[in-house]
Structure formats: C-alpha cells, structure tokens
Design a protein around this ligand. Sequence first.
Ligand code: 6PG
Length: 239
Amino acid sequence: MFFESRIFSTIAEMSEAALADVLRILNDAVAKRGRFSIALAGGHTPAKLYALWAEKYKTQTPWDRVHLFFGDERFVPEDDLLSNYRMARQTLIDHVPIPKENVHPMLTNFPSTEKAAEAYEVELRKFFGESAPALDVQLLGLGVEGHTASLFPGSPALDEQRRWVGAVTAPADPPQRLTLTPVVLNQGLNTFFLVAGENKREILAALRSEPPNVPSKYPAGRIRPARGVVWYLDQAAAG
Ligand code: 6PG
C-alpha cells in the first residue's frame, strides 16, 4: 500500500517530530475553528510524546481549546495499570491545566462494554454533532499482528457501517475493549501511526508490500482516510 513514512533514529526523536506536527495542526485548528480535537492512542509507544507535551510544551498550548478523546480503551477500572486513560493521565493530563470538561475518556464504569460504547458515542455527538467525527488528529499504534486501536484481525467491528464506537472482544489482555470504528477513523483529518521497536518490523514489511488497490488484510491498513496517513517510525521498527 502507499506508505508515507518518516523514520527517526530513536523513539525520542520520533516523538518530538510527531508532537511538533500535532502542535502545528493544533495552532492552525484553533486559529481557524477555535478548537482542536485529538484521539489519543493507548499502548506504550505514545507515552513519550505525551510526557514531552507536558514537559516542554505545556505553557505554549492553549489548553482551553484542546479536547482530548481516545481511540480505544481497555474495559478495566480507570486506575488499572492496563487503562489507557490512566496512562494518559499520568504522562500528560495530570500535568497540564486542561479544563476537566475538555477531557473525554472512554468511561468504563458501566455494566457492559455495549453500554460504555453507547455512552461514548453520545459523548462524541455532543461535541461533533450528528455526522461522523473528523478528528483534527488521530494518533494510532500498531500491534504485531496488524491491529490498531482495538480493531483486531477478523473483528466484526472492522465492517461496522453505522456505530462510531465498538464494544469488542480482542485476542489480547484484557479481551474486553472499546474502540473507535472505521466509521470515525476513516474521517480523520490527520492520522499519525506511531510505531517503535524491532518487533514491529515484520508487520510493517507486510503492510508495505500489500498491493495498493485491494483492501488490506490488516486492520491498520484498513484505516484509509481521504486526507492520508503518516507513519512515524523509529529505526528499529523501520529496519
Ligand atoms: C491499545 C492500543 C493499541 C496499541 C498497539 C501498540 O489500547 O492496546 O491503543 O492499538 O496502540 O497495541 O501498542 P504499543 O505501543 O504498546 O506497542
């Protein structure tokens, strides 16, 4: 598939560069529309970018204009070690003066993932209105088997046509998860995959070698917003 990638020696350099691009888009969105929306990714890779944002760019960010959403969440309590919201709080949110109402976690204090997914769709509609959200930036990660957000290979959520948020069972720990569906992820205005580490080399090679005009075998390759995708890679992942 067509693969626009930027390769950096270290994850620190990769995170700096991706954050610089996020901040440029943020300033532009605020100037044009008065607000900026971003979907944060979970996993380990984006932690560095979040920490850098809090450490180096806290005072330059107009936090009252910034809205933080999430691309996916594990269905665990919000202080659980596996919670993506917890990771984002500890690295970024707790360290910056963002108004509480600008933080939009995928809440998990519901009796079922289905209820939690419905509640998050309501939250998205309050902000974006009735047509599918086009986030200013969506940060995404890549799993070794090609998953992104919590869209895993073979998941029915990949073929979702209507719902914005899926309640999914993943072959991962924990299996119960919430995820934005391609209905939303294929609208993103700027989509950045952040991928680091040697264990991602093989899946990246597989994605790169797919023919451009057929649907990808991998969930990550099925995210094809009209405005394109940029892959930020460290050297270890790029090979
Ligand atoms: C999650 C994710 C997931 C993640 C990838 C990569 O909640 O698990 O958002 O899609 O981005 O698994 O994770 P790493 O950055 O830890 O490799």
